[in-house]
Design a protein around this ligand. Structure first.
Ligand SMILES: [Zn+2]
Length: 295
């Protein structure tokens, strides 16, 4: 089971999140049939959005992270609610790039230069939108930069996805640490040293370590207190009803045109790739209920 932890350390100076997301990223890979480098990029963003979504205030809030870059993936979107449900997709899921040195997947090369957008949908209120430049395209560093510059919240972010030789996900997870207002320089330096000495998240998690172990290794001597735990799962909340409602927004003429096709119409959800099939009869019925196009 995938899950995340929320913790504090250093007498409240550090707010910490850590997660394991192997099953979630593997589900995303199977839904979208992603190539290894896209599995890694999407998996890193899904791990981050799960931990970031948990930081929202209300149960109705939703968080969206969008990475747009000039690399071959072009765009990755990841969404989360505050309850550990995540979903998302990459614009080009089949990108293949030669690995970097040491067999590492070239996520930065696949993403390229561009921007990170953070959208908090706060129920009925106007969404809160933050933007920052990508500093490396490796995603974790880009998120740390976003927090530090756009949110004035100095943060350390580490995310990793290890893809096995059969392309399945062997390990995935990460952590986000925020230096809270009032944190001392001494604490920041101590944490930085710990993180520098820590192996990569993927190495660590593939050695059967848990998020608890990860927090203990990094913050164990800084008065670590684990406060809460929450399950993470890849779960898209699309439904036939929602797709039908989207179809209802089309004009009568457009729906009749669709109904005229010989084959059934297949609509796919971007976020989970689930298929929704509509027959000509169903589309004709929707057309009869629809308003004619405004001339
Ligand atoms: Zn869906």
């Amino acid at each position: 089971m995938d899950y995340m932890l929320r913790a504090t350390a250093g007498d409240g100076q550090i707010q910490a999140f850590a997660c394991v997301t192997r099953e979630t990223v593997e589900t995303a890979r199977m839904c979208h049939d992603t190539s290894p480098v896209v599995t890694a990029a999407l998996g890193r963003l899904l791990s981050a959005v799960a931990m970031m979504g948990w930081q929202m205030k209300s149960e109705k809030d939703q968080l969206t992270l969008i990475i747009r870059g000039d690399g071959p993936i072009t765009k990755i979107t990841a969404d989360a609610d505050c309850d550990g449900n995540v979903w998302g997709f990459a614009e080009n899921s089949q990108v293949e790039l030669p690995p970097k040195a040491a067999g590492k997947l070239d996520v930065a090369g696949a993403v390229g230069k561009g921007t990170l957008q953070v959208i908090q949908n706060l129920g009925m209120k106007e969404p809160y939108i933050g933007n920052s430049e990508l500093v490396s395209g490796e995603i974790a560093e880009d998120l740390a930069y976003y927090y530090t510059v756009s949110e004035q919240l100095p943060s350390a972010v580490s995310l990793g996805v290890l893809v096995d030789t059969d392309c399945s996900v062997k390990a995935a997870g990460g952590f986000i640490f925020h230096m809270m207002p009032g944190a001392t320089e001494e604490t920041a330096i101590k944490l930085q040293d710990k993180i520098m000495a820590f192996p990569s998240v993927t190495t660590y998690l593939s050695e059967e370590h848990t998020p608890e172990d990860m927090l203990e290794a990094l913050l164990g001597d800084m008065d670590l207190q684990i406060l809460d735990k929450r399950e993470i799962r890849f779960h898209c909340n699309c439904s036939r009803e929602k797709v039908t409602n989207a179809l209802r927004s089309l004009s009568r003429e457009d729906l009749l045109e669709l109904a005229d096709e010989k084959e059934d119409i297949e609509l796919r959800c971007d976020c989970c790739n689930k298929k929704y099939i509509y027959t000509s009869e169903e589309l004709t019925k929707l057309a009869q209920e629809a308003v004619p196009r405004v001339k």
